[in-house]
Design a protein around this ligand. Sequence first.
Ligand SMILES: CC(C)(COP(=O)(O)OP(=O)(O)OC[C@H]1O[C@@H](n2cnc3c(N)ncnc32)[C@H](O)[C@@H]1OP(=O)(O)O)[C@@H](O)C(=O)NCCC(=O)NCCS
Length: 484
Amino acid sequence: MLSALKGSKEEIPDELVSQVLGEVRARGDEEAQNANAAEIRQALETMKIMDVVRGKAGLGGHNLKDMGEHKFWSTQPVPQLGEGPPIDDGYIEPPVPRDQVQQEGYTLPKDFEWSTIDINDPNQLKEVYDLLSLHYVEDHDASFRFQYTADFLRWALAPPGYFKEWHVGVRVKSNKKLVGFIAGVPLTIRVRKNVFVSCEINYLCVHKKLRSKRLAPMLIKEVTRRVHLEGIFQAIYTAGTVVPTPVSVCRYNHRPLNTSKLVSIRFSFVPRTTTLARMIRTNKLPDALTLPIREMEERDVEGVANLFAQYMTRFDMIPHFNLDEVKHQFLSGRGTGDVVHGRREGQVTWTYVAEDPETHKITDFFSFYSLPSTVIGNTEYPVLEAAYLYYYASSASWEKSKEEYKQHLKVLMGDALIVADKARFDVFNALTLMDNVEFLSDLKFGKGDGYLNFYLYNWRTAALAGMEAIGDREAGRGVGVVML
Ligand SMILES: CC(C)(COP(=O)(O)OP(=O)(O)OC[C@H]1O[C@@H](n2cnc3c(N)ncnc32)[C@H](O)[C@@H]1OP(=O)(O)O)[C@@H](O)C(=O)NCCC(=O)NCCS
């Protein structure tokens, strides 16, 4: 039944879901007992997506119809659904000289106007924050909504060499209210053997009252035009939704830190086979760090940059960060003032390093960032404090055996959990990218119901290993770009 569905857009029939659920439960272990129909449906959906990613979804019937249904994406230089892997990597449309790029902004519906947002102006930054905190990404049943802070947005949108013009807003002409936003920042990436400057797109958002009016394609086209004006013709972006055509799919995993709060806000559930008290005990982390790590400082920038560059050669799609970028990504978000309960005022990133006591070389580092979510309609706990694993690196990956490296990574990431716990985060999230699959289950991360699709604009390459291995490429090893 499942193979008949592969690549199709049809709803997965209830009988199939309950049949699979029955078989999973029959397996009998704790995780299996807690499986429910919604999870099974999600997993089956993902199997369908994976086929699209691998280019296996045939061109027949349903998929032809699917592409026709993508009125916008079928006109864009992206791999189309069911196209199959390319023979060679490369662009889909050639670059064009600046004077051949459309010079005027696209025409918006008559009540709206374009507005370039100056994120260094606190009022405009607040407008973006207000739009996103009420209208940005929610989970599938509208329980949680991302609440990027103004400090976070100022940090994320202004890396070295950023273009002000790439922070694109849409306002209502009459009252100037900000109702739409999309942002791009420059990012040099390597995809397999090719290195190029791309635009990293994020924070696409349209006010809830203005949905389904095709404003999203206008925002995408306008930011694309502005990116072209800078002589850049590729982009990288992620989305929870599937559009033509993901280059990889990763799954969210969650490590509970404040178990009782997570249960209270229904982020986590107490399975029938255990009790809340037992869950709290299992998830409890030690107080003391295992490794001699310390917070990254200015003097570590070069060491971290070198370690990072060498380590990242393990993965197929990665960012290239110069010294200024390393400083920005890992140091500039540390906030100001004294550390109180593990954090400073306005802190958005945490970065720790380990150094060799003799050579003083940086041997390891990890970083994570703070991205709270609004707990919709909860007055007791209005905010879920979530830490997200960002970049990390370890020289153990080339100095030690595979097994020793894996053990070391587990200890390093265990320390990341302890640091996040001390900073009073409720949960620590990580995707199935980089080498994360090596430690997720051992460190008691649970599989989430969210997936993140990775996309490249105007670049063809075969699917990259994310939540599943592809050929002999292990799961995660395809994706070394962590998007905020
Ligand atoms: C995402 C969002 C801006 C889309 O706006 P919308 O009003 O629902 O959709 P529109 O009618 O304007 O446009 C629909 C087109 O945009 C595409 N689209 C919608 N969301 C998209 C996304 N996240 N990435 C890329 N394309 C997207 C659709 O596929 C469709 O194109 P198609 O016909 O070729 O398939 C809006 O739903 C929103 O703000 N959602 C909450 C925030 C969010 O999810 N942001 C995206 C984070 S990745």
